[in-house]
Design a protein around this ligand. Structure first.
Ligand SMILES: [Zn+2]
Length: 212
């Protein structure tokens, strides 16, 4: 009996060490981000600082990256570290979707954005063992909310299913992002995206953009 207990203890220990050894993320099938959308130097439309190319040696890193603190007159709640392509696509989305939609729906401009995440060396959805997130390549940005000129706040968490103006605005800007951004996720996509809109430039799938 004692021997059996000792054997069980060893099995338990083995099981624990196996889960600890599981890699933090998988990098198979992860492509280097494209520079295709890097059509303008972000310094021409944003408060942006170029950052030197770096690699963390585990699949994470950024080439042609910028640290952005504001875009035009729209300030960021925290600096966003993203590729030049993401910066350009994000700026296009702000100018051609977010601002006109805000004018139409609220009669005022967006002056600040709540940025939930940008560069981050981690698995998708922070789930250990999942594929490396596009955030680990600076190829993604998460937006949690918008501040209008009057000070009114529109947040994904509280307003996505809120009053009709907020619902229309958040659904419209999310919909417009699909296409220019290749992956767009938000409330309803899964349990991980209830409080932000995730935008990334993952290489387009054969079936077109992925917007759930
Ligand atoms: Zn994200």
């Amino acid at each position: 009996m004692r021997r059996l207990l000792a054997f069980s203890a060893i099995l338990l220990l083995t099981a624990c060490s196996t889960s600890v050894d599981k890699p933090y993320f998988r990098t198979a099938g992860v492509y280097k981000p494209s520079n295709a959308a890097c059509t303008a130097n972000p310094q021409s439309f944003a408060q942006a600082e170029p950052i030197a190319d770096f690699s963390e040696g585990n699949g994470c890193g950024i080439s042609n990256g910028y640290k952005i603190t504001a875009m035009g007159d729209v300030s960021f709640s925290q600096p966003a570290t993203v590729t030049c392509s993401v910066a350009n696509t994000f700026n296009d989305w702000l100018q051609s979707s977010v601002q006109p939609r805000a004018q139409n729906i609220y009669g005022e401009r967006v002056v600040a954005l709540k940025i939930a995440a940008s560069y981050s060396c981690r698995p998708r959805n922070n789930v250990r063992g999942a594929k490396l997130s596009e955030h680990g390549l600076g190829n993604a940005i998460d937006v949690a909310g918008f501040t209008l000129a009057s000070g009114r706040e529109v947040t994904v968490l509280t307003d996505y299913y809120g009053n009709s103006s907020n619902r229309s605005f958040l659904r419209a800007v999310r919909g417009d992002a699909c296409g220019p951004f290749h992956t767009v996720l938000g409330p309803g996509s899964d349990q991980y995206h209830n409080d932000h809109i995730h935008l990334d430039l993952q290489r387009e799938r054969s079936g077109g953009p992925y917007c759930h």
